[in-house]
Design a protein around this ligand. Structure first.
Ligand code: SF4
Ligand code: SF4
Length: 68
């Protein structure tokens, strides 16, 4: 089981992570950041994250930390 934390100050809303997570646990949020872009959020109500770190590896801004 894993967990991620997204740093919304680093995130530039490219949404690569939303397409990368094999479990579909990262979603576009309805909240916007200071630039007016929709942020992303980790939505893992059923504890499905496997800690694979694919999201963190693909993030071009190193905005995701993974905890296992
Ligand atoms: S660590 Fe893996 S399973 Fe967990 S959110 Fe990132 S891509 Fe998805
Ligand atoms: S891949 Fe990184 S920069 Fe792109 S939306 Fe996800 S957290 Fe933000």
């Amino acid at each position: 089981m894993g967990k991620i934390v997204i740093d919304n100050n680093r995130c530039k809303s490219c949404y690569i992570c939303t397409m990368t997570c094999p479990k579909g646990l990262i979603k576009k949020s309805d909240k916007t950041n200071r630039l007016g872009d929709y942020m992303v959020e980790f939505d893992d109500k059923n504890s499905e994250c496997i800690g694979c770190a694919m999201c963190a590896k693909r993030c071009p801004d190193m905005a995701i930390d993974v905890y296992r």
